[in-house]
Structures are given as C-alpha cells and as structure tokens.
Design a protein. Structure first.
Length: 408
C-alpha cells in the first residue's frame, strides 16, 4: 500500500472510504512484488497497479464490489490459463494472490498518520493481517520511527507488542516481507500471517576515491535510488563540483570517515582508490561492518597483494570472503561509465542472489526464488572462477544474501 501512500493519504484526509487491493503472494514471473497495491475511491478513481495491466480490470471490478457492498475482505488468485486464452490471468505465466478490503479512515484512525509519515519521507512499517481470524483480516498496525513506537491494534496488547518487536527489526533492515506470529502464550493466542510493508530511507552507497570512475558510479548509484557519499583524503579532488550527482562529498581519510558513518545491511561500500595506504586501513574497518556489499577496484595482482596485507593485518578469512575484488561483473567494461554499470550490476546481482548470467541462459522463472541449479551455475562461482569489471579482474567469495531492500 505504501507505493500509493500519497493518494491514500489524500483520501484519508477527506474521510473518503476506499477499496484496497494488495498483492500478498506471488509465484513464477508475476510482475509486481508483495505489498504492491491498487486502490479505488468512491468516485471510481483508481490509483496504483498490481500486475502491469494483466488483471487490473478484474481487480478494479472486485474493488468496486467490495467498496459498494461493504463485504468483509476477500482473497482472490490470478494465474495463467492454458485452457482459455481469454481468461483473466497473467500472460507472463506467473501467479499472484490479492487481498481486497474496504477501508474507512474513521475505523483505522492510525492509518492516516502512517501514510502522512511516508509522504514526508519518514521511516515506518505497516503490518497488515493477510491470514488469520476473519474479524482481523486486513487490520493494520503501524510501527514508527526507529521501531520503538507503534499505533493501531491487532486484537490484544500481547499480540501488538510481539508484532511491534518483530516489525521494528524489519524496519531497521528496510525489508518488506511476510511474518507469522502467535498461536502460543508468549506471542498471543491467535495465529496470524502478516504482510509487513516497509518504507525506509534510501540505502547508502559509500564511494571511496575521488576518481573519474567515482563520478560515473555516483551517477549510477543515485539512479538506483542510493544516497551517495564520495570520500577522499585529498581536498583538492573531493569537491562537490567534481561529483554533482553525489549527495555528500567528504574530504577525510577513508577509514576515519567510515568509523563514524552510519551503515546497515543495505549499505554498499565501493573502494576505488587502489592505493594501499588508503585501502588497507579502510578495508580492515569495512570488512568488520554489517553491510550488504563491499567491493574494491584493482587488477588481479593488486587484489592478491591487498588480501595478503589484510591477512597480515589480522583480518580473518571469513571477513576476507566478503570482499568483491576486483570489483564488478565481467561486462568487458573499459570506460568509467561502463565500469559503473559493471559495479552496480554486481551489487544488484549480489543483493538479489542473481547469477549474472543472461536471462536466455537461466532456467526457471525470471522473478521469484532462485532455483538451486542457478546457484551452481558458472556465474555463481567464486574466487578465480569469476571475472570482474576489467579483463583481468575476478570476484571473491559471495556470502549468503543479506537482509536488504535494494529495489523493495
């Protein structure tokens, strides 16, 4: 629902009831992720999309029916039909399940507050009941700020506190996902399945090294929705004029800046200095932080020397295994702009557990969980088996996918 927060907030301020259709489960090549919503107002206005057009008409009619009749929330499934080419379904072959409910802002007074926070850029999560007792279906609870405060109720104080604790952790990680709670004395007597909608600040991309590659990468990072910081110890190079696409340009020693920077599981760290006096202190700090991605530029020889020096500095092997070096996917990149695409492609693949292979060579659905066969493909190999941004650049071991919101 947070994808259409502005429109929903306007309807709430006007005290206008509306019907909300939310994707609560997808499989195969369904085009929209869970949490995406379409809403229909009392005047017939529709906002949002849940399928890119495939089933919008059928969902619109269902919303109109629920809105006019006041019926309880319903769940509907849509998928591809081989038997009837004109049946309502997803032409991409996937399946999605949708929860459709009527919302009266007067019945959920906390919801306008939550939507207003999204509109102003504040972080929050909204937990929505998608399975459980019928009387609770569609009910929401909002977790605000750093996760310490919540608004709304899911039936009992014990349930509310349990949900707020779990949802607060998802809010700090920037994740939208399903959560199951309850069914016991510790978490509440009623078993609930929740869809947690999260709106978090943009993830942070830290680029170290005020070089031409950094200028191109800062532009690519901003395009992907990152808040971009460029840092270099040399004030003459670390200027806002040289990096107009960066949100912040810092003149400081990289390791000293990183020690005080705010990072989380969505943060991407890109080391482009390939100078040992900067790289080694910086990577010693970076490899010990709970960030999502760490990559370093340089040739294979530079990488080998860098790893040797990090070992001498006491960096454990499990930390070294997190390093993507030489940075990037093997796209045959040469220019700064091409290299920026190579680096961001690796960040996307790493975050989403992708293989980096052409889709024409990957079996199974385009969207959804990655089959085991894909994870053992050549592009998922590690160490010297993978090639990086340059003609002689391998990547290191890729760790298990972190908790991340890069792209929802």
């Amino acid at each position: 629902m947070l994808n259409i927060a502005d429109s929903l907030y306007r309807w709430c301020r006007e005290a206008r009831p509306f019907a909300l259709a939310t994707v609560i489960h997808v499989s195969g090549s369904a085009p929209m992720p869970p949490g995406t919503s379409l809403a229909v107002g009392t005047d017939g206005e529709a906002v949002g999309s849940i399928s890119g057009g495939c089933v919008e008409g059928a969902v619109y009619e269902l919303c109109t029916q629920i809105l006019e009749s006041g019926e309880p929330p319903v769940r509907a499934s849509f998928g591809y039909s081989d038997d009837d080419a004109f049946a309502v379904g997803l032409t991409c072959g996937g399946e999605l399940e949708v929860l459709v409910q009527r919302i009266d802002p007067l019945d959920q007074p906390h919801l306008p507050t939550a939507l207003e926070q999204v509109s102003t850029g504040m972080p929050l999560s909204v937990a929505q009941v998608i399975d459980g007792p019928r009387r609770l279906l569609g009910r929401t609870l909002s977790v605000l700020g750093g996760g310490s405060a919540y608004d709304g109720t899911l039936g009992s104080q014990l349930t509310d506190r349990t949900v707020a604790t779990q949802v607060g952790a998802l809010l700090r990680a920037g994740r939208t996902t399903r959560v199951e709670i309850g069914g016991d004395a510790d978490a509440g007597p009623e078993k609930l399945t929740l869809l947690v909608h999260t709106h978090a600040p943009p993830p942070h991309m830290l680029i170290f090294g005020a070089v031409d590659f950094a200028a191109a990468l800062s532009q690519a990072g901003r395009f992907l929705g990152y808040r971009v910081t460029v840092c270099d110890a040399r004030p003459v190079f670390a200027t806002a004029e040289r990096f107009p696409h960066a949100d912040e340009v810092v003149a400081d020693w990289p390791h000293r800046y990183l020690e005080r920077a705010e990072v989380d599981a969505r943060t991407a760290i890109c080391v482009l200095t390939h100078d040992a006096k900067f790289d080694i202190p910086l990577l010693r700090v970076a490899l010990g932080l709970p960030v999502g991605y760490i990559g370093a530029m340089g040739s294979r020889r530079t990488h080998e020397h860098r790893v040797d020096r990090l070992r001498e500095a006491g960096v454990p092997e499990e930390h070294l295994a997190r390093l993507h070096s030489p940075i990037g996917l093997d796209l045959g990149a040469h220019t700064p702009e091409e290299t920026a695409v190579s680096i961001t492609a690796e960040i996307i693949a790493h975050t989403n557990n992708g293989t980096g292979l052409p889709l024409s060579r990957v079996p199974g659905p385009i969207h959804g969980p990655v089959p085991a066969a894909r994870l053992s493909s050549p592009a998922s190999a590690t160490g010297s088996e993978k090639a990086g941004a340059g003609p002689d650049a391998p990547s290191c071991v890729r760790p298990e996918r972190p908790m991340s919101a890069i792209g929802g």
